[in-house]
Design a protein. Structure first.
Length: 191
């Protein structure tokens, strides 16, 4: 099996790239943004089905591990797992799972509330330390309230979730009344 692939990006398609490793071009499905003629190093997961063999590539071990965990959830295949990782960074996804934030996971196109909740139920005990640390930092439940408040002000969840998670982790014990002004200041560039 191929574990890691390094080569020149020859072609970028819709959700995949062709990486030339020597004289061989490998078609790799990836959520990463790569440009033609650049050098890429990807951790590879090979998925074998009755009718195909597909390579999925990730620039970090965290994304590769999260892909494997997601595809271990019943009803979540490689295509859905790839879509989730194209929408959410592994740390953001881990934190969403740890805090039970199905709404953030459901921001992924093609992932509804039921699938998001199933991912949380099946992976909550398996996620890494990043999500567990945020879950401990957010024991008071400030993250969902902060996200709801910012959404009510017109911000898209997908645009604010990373910043909100960081604020909650950096300010343990702070309530929403303190976090919202800090978030607005950060959104406006600290002005």
């Amino acid at each position: 099996m191929i574990g890691k692939l390094q080569g020149i990006v020859d072609y970028c398609g819709d959700g995949f790239v062709i990486i030339m490793a020597g004289p061989v071009g490998y078609k790799v499905y990836t959520p990463e943004f790569l440009t033609p003629k650049s050098t890429a190093t990807l951790w590879i997961e090979t998925v074998v089905r009755d009718d195909s063999i597909r390579l999925f590539g990730f620039s970090s071990r965290a994304a590769h591990n999260m892909f494997n965990q997601l595809t271990g959830v019943s009803g979540v295949g490689p295509k859905v797992a790839l879509a989730i990782l194209a929408t959410l960074a592994p740390d953001t996804l881990s934190a969403a799972i740890a805090t039970g934030d199905a709404k953030t996971i459901a921001t992924t196109p093609g992932v509804g509330k039921k699938v998001a909740e199933k991912i949380i139920v099946e992976l909550k005990s398996k996620i890494g330390s990043v999500g567990a640390d945020l879950g401990a930092a957010d024991a008071g439940g400030a993250l969902p309230d902060l996200l709801s408040a910012l959404e009510a002000l017109g911000y898209r969840r997908l645009d604010i979730v990373d910043m909100a998670q960081r604020l909650v982790a950096d300010n343990p014990g702070a309530d929403v009344a303190k976090l919202v002004p800090m978030a607005l200041k950060e959104i406006s560039g600290g002005k």
